[in-house]
Write a protein that binds this ligand. Structure first.
Ligand code: ADP
Ligand code: MG
Length: 257
């Protein structure tokens, strides 16, 4: 008998506070391999914090985080709780690539150098092999011809696609998107949405935080609605968008386009 594959990311009853402000109040989620989750909710509901807790960019005070079935080991308790094993943290971070709203490309490097940097310096992979895969990912996101350009020479949509290629080049187990289209003009948004949809269609594991309800519905097979640090409602896109049950979700959707 083969063991069932564990979820790439699993979170159980996670609590996270900034000082006295409790931002995540017992959140659980599971991102199975090959599936995409959309995370929606009002500004300030804790979406970015939850995403950052997944790849250990933020500490949390209680609850479990598992990566590929491997529980994160902690030392200390409550506000003093920290990951106990630096190698485990590196393994989690390098396997969960994040794409931010603001692209965060290095302005002094060409697009190709941006994409190659982390696989070469962090993972220590051979340059020629990384260059070949970097060019392949740039092709995949439709900017193969921009490899030698500087970030400032690209449109916002092209820069964000470069940031996605950079995330892919780490060969991560999952991609974490935090509002990847929010900084873009509407006409540039769609080219990025297209790329993210294609990644979902090819079976990439991902969590997508977005204000774009259409993208949330199109990319994911599971949607989570976060409200004030708690999961208020979750389910298939059809259920959440077609037949929302909680008043808060109904209210939220009525204000979203
Ligand atoms: P969202 O991404 O859903 O808009 P965030 O996760 O960014 O929400 O923020 C959730 C809450 O946590 C907000 O009240 C925000 O002000 C607070 N918060 C986020 N980051 C910090 C921080 N570094 N220090 C203090 N409070 C923070
Ligand atoms: Mg946010």
């Amino acid at each position: 008998m083969t063991e069932p594959t564990p979820p790439v990311i699993e979170i159980r009853d996670l609590h996270k506070s900034f000082g006295t402000l409790e931002v995540l109040k017992g959140v659980s989620l599971s991102a199975p391999s090959g599936h995409a989750i959309s995370l929606i909710g009002s500004s300030g509901s804790g979406k970015s914090t939850l995403l950052r807790c997944c790849n250990l960019l933020e500490d949390s005070q209680s609850g479990e985080i598992l990566f590929n079935g491997e529980p994160i080991r902690w030392r200390g308790e409550g506000m003093a709780r920290r990951p106990a094993d630096a190698k485990q943290v590196t393994r989690v971070r390098t396997n969960l690539s994040m794409v931010f709203q603001s692209f965060n490309l290095w302005s002094h490097m060409t697009i190709l150098e941006n994409v190659m940097e982390a696989p070469v310096t962090v993972l220590g992979r051979p340059r020629d092999e990384v260059e070949a895969s970097a060019r392949r990912y740039l092709d995949q996101v439709g900017i193969g011809d921009k490899a030698d350009a500087w970030p400032a020479q690209l449109s916002g949509g092209q820069q964000q696609r470069a940031a996605i290629a950079r995330a892919l080049c780490m060969e991560p187990k999952a991609l974490l998107f935090d509002e990847p289209t929010s900084a873009l003009d509407p006409e540039l948004e769609q080219e990025v949405v297209r790329v993210i949809k294609d990644l979902a269609a090819e079976g990439r594991t991902m969590i997508v935080v977005t204000h774009d309800m259409r993208m949330a519905a199109d990319v994911a097979d599971h949607v989570i609605f976060l409200h004030q640090g708690k999961i208020e409602e979750e389910g298939t896109p059809e259920a959440l968008f077609g037949n929302p049950t909680s008043e808060r979700l109904k209210g939220f959707l009525s204000h979203s386009v």
